[in-house]
Write a protein that binds this ligand. Sequence first.
Ligand code: HEM
Length: 443
Amino acid sequence: MPLHHALPRLLRDPMAALVDFGNRYSGEIVRLNLGTLRPYLVTHPDHLVQILRDTNSYIRDGESLLWRPIRRAVGDAILVTEGALWESSRETLQPLFTAKRVETLVDRMAGAIGEAVDAFDEPARTGEPVDVAALMSQIVCRATTRVLFGRKISVEDALQINVGLETITTTMIPRLLAPRVPYNIRMPGDRAFHDAVRRIDEVILPIIRKARREPDDGDDIIAALCRPRQDGTDPGEAQIRGDVVAMFSTATETTIAVLSWLWPVLEAHPEVAARLYAEVDRVVGSGPVDRASLAELRYSRMVLDELLRLWPAGWMIPRTAVREQVLGGVRLEAGATILVSPYVTQRMEAFWERPEAFDPERFSPDRPKRQYRYSYFPFGGGPHQCIGQYLFLLEAPIIMATLLSRFRFRLGKAADLRPRLGASLKPRANQLTLVPRDRSPIP
Ligand code: HEM
């Protein structure tokens, strides 16, 4: 894809441009000429499976693309690294996220979510609009601090960290667009980025220092990360801090981002909204949501799967070829940058019918199985597959059902389904009016 085609389109609307390049070559590997950077866009599920499973040949290079600004914020944390450092963090955290353990968190999670949602009774009564991001942050921060961080981070501190993370994910965009510019050259957003990192550290470091001084045998993320690693070594404060911030940020940012799409989708698709409300009314009634009701929220799960198809929070998970490789008949040189994007593959005509349409029926259990496992991979795949997948798939339906069983929702303006570019994909800012369910004229 020559420079004069690729660059203007990417600068104008990067997400749409990448989908268009993927569609135009129908899953063939496309090399994009962007001047000094010439990445390969890999979209075919047969190629993706090879890349994501082979972490010896295709790595997350902390000095390239998206990983560079993330690494700048969290250091060599689980989310960014490879090799021994990654293995040690993954081994430490994995036991906290097994399906069996996460199942035991459901009631605690539902309690925390219910309490957070109580705070919105007042704006629902008065008709005062609420900010979508604020609504979702309140709920997700409360649930996350309680079930994953054993209340070692207070909800107020969590919200402050969240504001910092929001700044980090937006101020890293200039660095994403100009990945070769060295850090000693100042760029727009740098100062706000550093201020946000500092503010997060002011909250997190005292908590980590206390946990290291007074170790406990808790099963929360901070206690686990502060213990000596399996080989008896002390990971050190910098590594712990990076992993804590990375875990907090992925646990909150991704969940907030995906669920923020629910409101514009309900506004734009009244038929989906009606079915969803009917299911929640039937299964949950006037609440609360519990473990038994989760299994019955089948349509809600289909809606969630479709939200994850169109707006996967981890929309770009680039890799670097360690050595020369041949993939799909194409020679990739050592050091080649490879663009892997759930967002792009999940919107391609070669793998999805009417890919741009929001249609939860695609995920109906009655539909035949998809031809390719990797035509849908919102949680990645291979050894780096998302550690929080089970947690998210329990937490998100609880949040949806709690909110929908208590309120009806109206957006302040027409739904805008175009994502805002950032580390995760969010809708443009929006206000939401909540109407108590029992006072709503909407059926
Ligand atoms: C909608 C929700 C989520 C989405 C779409 C998502 C997506 C992803 C993706 C695509 C990856 C793969 C990265 C790669 O291959 O380089 C990943 C990894 C990861 N996710 Fe998630 N994630 C979500 C929720 C969560 C939650 C709730 C947590 C934690 C509680 C979490 C923690 C992680 C961690 C630690 C990794 C790195 C795993 C590793 O490299 O070993 N994620 N996630």
